[in-house]
Ligand binder design. Sequence first.
Ligand SMILES: [Zn+2]
Length: 393
Amino acid sequence: MGGHRQRLRPVGELMERKPVLLGVGALAVVMLLCGATVGLPMLMFGQADAEAAACEVPSAPGSSPEPGAGRWDGVATTNAATIVAVGRQRQVPPRGYVIALATAMQESTLRNLANANVPESLNLPHEGVGRDHDSVGLFQQRAGWGSVGERMTPSYAAAKFYEALVKVDGWQRMRLTDAAQAVQRSGLPEAYQKWEGDAEQLAALVLGLPNIDDIGGGAPTAPCGTDDLGPVPVGPGGWVQPIRAAIGSDFGQRGRNFHAGVDMSKPDVRGDTIRAAATGVVEQVKCDWYTTCDRDGHTRARGCGWYVDIRHPGNTVTRYCHMIQRPEVAIGQQVTAGTVIGFVGNSGGSSGAHLHFEVHLNVPEGQFHANRDNAVDPVPFMRAQGAPLGLTT
Ligand SMILES: [Zn+2]
């Protein structure tokens, strides 16, 4: 495989969802206020207790084109996280993730492949080049599965795979290779079976679980819970909404203060789950001493209250503020899109229960480097990831 290209993935037209406005009455909840940027106090007080966070992308080192090697690189792991996120979003039972991962391992070694026979595919972002008929993408889907652009959009390709898989009668009880073959109709029907162990390991890895047997167990809101995501958009790169709620306050200058994120709320939002927006590693879990923590804050308080930072591949950091209690994740923990990281509250400089959500780009490695200078407006960012914020269908 050659022709590696690094490019931003385009947002497929298909992934655009029309935002649906909630009634004005419901939106006119509280005028939410967050404390000013948390960057400075964290810089001042953060270094002392900085821990050695695992700041790399959540991937095992080294590629694993061989079954049983059990190691997959960052590109493969990110694609795996997307496949799993789409499965959760579509409420496919976990066995489906394993079948989908094993299939993509066999078809593409979890690379989004262009095809030398399909010139259009070479102009799209890709992670290798194959030459099998007109097959492209993670699942090597042929022309009947969609346009070239669609089949080379990982979330689309995964969705089409699941769509076909769940129509196979008895797929959950079949041998893995039989279920995969029923979807793929490959010339090598036994070829998927050898990836089962790798697929189980990788599914557990991207779900942040120690073992595949934990999948499907536990309370839906348990740490590392594997509850499904529900009918939320999953972007081409596997991004999801951290919470399904309306944006009550925008990013930007707010009087003399700078609001480094957006505030999201809806009626009765207190206690709602907050989810990791994408795969990554938890870099910070904290409630600063100078703010309020396990109780309601107020507008004279400063800071985030209980918050979590997650570092995603490409040195993007997302921040989630004002949680109701100590978050459900720990520093260094791998999370995937949709992992429950905590619950909506009103801790810190906050005048009502809401999620204050920040996105930071090009953040230098290490904790406490996400600050107002690298904060970007989460609204266009999340739209570009195919997981627009707000109450979308
Ligand atoms: Zn805010």
